[in-house]
Design a protein. Structure first.
Length: 225
């Protein structure tokens, strides 16, 4: 488990995170396609295409718009992360403008209102870093608990799944999720995520270990009495 988590963490920081950042940089640097050029399914430039709304859905985890347009965009399904401000107002037959980049609709517009699709590259490396940090910290916990098991197989002490290991894993998951979201909202550098998450886990582990030792000592004293 520790080895698998470590490999996942390494993959996040060496492939997923750099890849997302490079893709976003290329997206922001893209220019509008020159007029009069042949429309292709996938282009590195930004092209605005008129679409007709065929159907929409604003159900949770199923927010999307089905659009009809010119070839090669005869019919396309565009996913969204939230219903507003454009998706929730669309009706069948409405005419909108879609911005296309590298084979996906990255934005739709109706009048002055615009909405970015879920397929558009995003500058949110903090959440990716939080996922990689969680995998790395999980690897550290697994290796630590496994190491104690190997050294003291008959008396691992508090280094067992319940309650110490389970509590630390839950705290790590919750801490990385909260830190990732807060840093995204605050616009903080993603490099802070591993530092903050690691510090939170270390503090939690120390306090929880001390509390469990006190409880264990109290229980032993009660049993002795």
């Amino acid at each position: 488990m520790g080895l698998l988590s470590a490999l996942c963490s390494a993959g996040v920081f060496t492939a997923w995170l750099p890849g997302d950042r490079a893709l976003y940089a290329e997206f922001k640097a893209a220019r509008v396609c020159p007029e009069g050029t042949v429309m292709r399914r996938s282009e590195d430039c930004l092209r605005q295409i008129p679409f007709t709304v065929e159907a929409t859905s604003t159900r949770k985890k199923h927010m999307r718009a089905t659009l009809l347009g010119p070839r090669p965009w005869s019919r396309v399904v565009v996913p969204f992360g939230d219903p507003g401000p454009v998706l929730s107002e669309l009706r069948k037959g409405d005419r909108i403008t879609g911005t296309v980049w590298r084979g996906v609709v990255v934005e739709i517009a109706r009048g002055d209102d615009r909405q970015v699709s879920a397929d558009a590259p995003r500058d949110e490396p903090q959440m990716v870093a939080a996922a990689g940090t969680f995998a790395g910290l999980t690897a550290g916990l697994a290796l630590a608990f496994g190491g104690v098991r190997l050294v003291r197989p008959r008396d691992p002490g508090l280094f067992v799944w319940h309650p110490y290991g389970k509590a630390l894993l839950i705290a790590t998951m919750a801490g990385c999720s909260v830190v990732g979201l807060v840093t995204v909202w605050a616009g903080l550098p993603w490099l802070l995520v591993p530092t903050i998450c690691g510090t939170l886990l270390a503090v939690t582990a120390c306090f929880l270990h001390r509390d469990l030792r006190r409880r264990s000592a109290g229980q032993e004293g009660a049993d002795g009495a």
